[in-house]
Design a protein around this ligand. Structure first.
Ligand SMILES: O=C([O-])CC(=O)C(=O)O
Length: 164
């Protein structure tokens, strides 16, 4: 997908573009990324994140509503490496990551609230394909997410299809 800067998107779509509140940090080696959204909602359990990132990403972005938990990490270098091998454009997590030094070397867009060394416990819980939320912005499966140095913006698939 053609990359358009988040500032240009706001100039064009104004209040019709959804902007995630500032605060998610950049952990990957790719700072600018975009793609259609796949959603996960989970809490301190990264079963769905691991599963989905092991399937073909086809340039999509996995958006994880982890409830903002700072108690454990929903992705580390093994799962992020699987995302790279499977062609995901990025992973945006309202929650934590770990293995920060390794994540910084991976050709993947990665945004998360913070880092913590504690892994999550996989109990096979969490749902995919739901309407979820990042701070300040609702996120629907099939939205298109754009991330760059200025922030994270969401458009509907229809709005994004009109960008050329
Ligand atoms: O396995 C996990 O839960 C997270 C992790 O450390 C990795 O992806 O390397």
């Amino acid at each position: 997908m053609t990359f358009v800067s988040t500032c240009d998107l706001l100039d064009r779509f104004k209040d019709d573009a959804r902007v995630v509140l500032p605060g998610l940090r950049d952990f990957g080696a790719v700072t600018r990324f975009s793609g259609p959204v796949v959603t996960v909602k989970c809490f301190e359990d990264n079963s769905r994140v691991k599963e989905l990132l092991a399937t073909p990403g086809e340039g999509r972005v996995l958006v994880v509503d982890g409830g903002g938990s700072l108690r454990c990490a929903l992705m580390g270098d093994m799962i992020a490496g699987s995302a790279v091998r499977n062609g995901w454009a990025g992973v945006v997590i309202w929650g934590c990551v770990r293995d920060v030094a390794e994540l910084a070397t991976l050709p993947l867009g990665i945004r998360a609230a913070a880092a913590t060394p504690r892994p999550s416990v996989r109990r096979d819980q969490g749902l995919t394909g739901l309407s979820i939320a990042l701070p300040g912005a609702a996120v629907e499966p099939g939205d298109v997410l754009f991330a760059d140095e200025d922030g994270i913006v969401l458009l509907t698939g229809e709005q994004a299809a009109g960008l050329k």
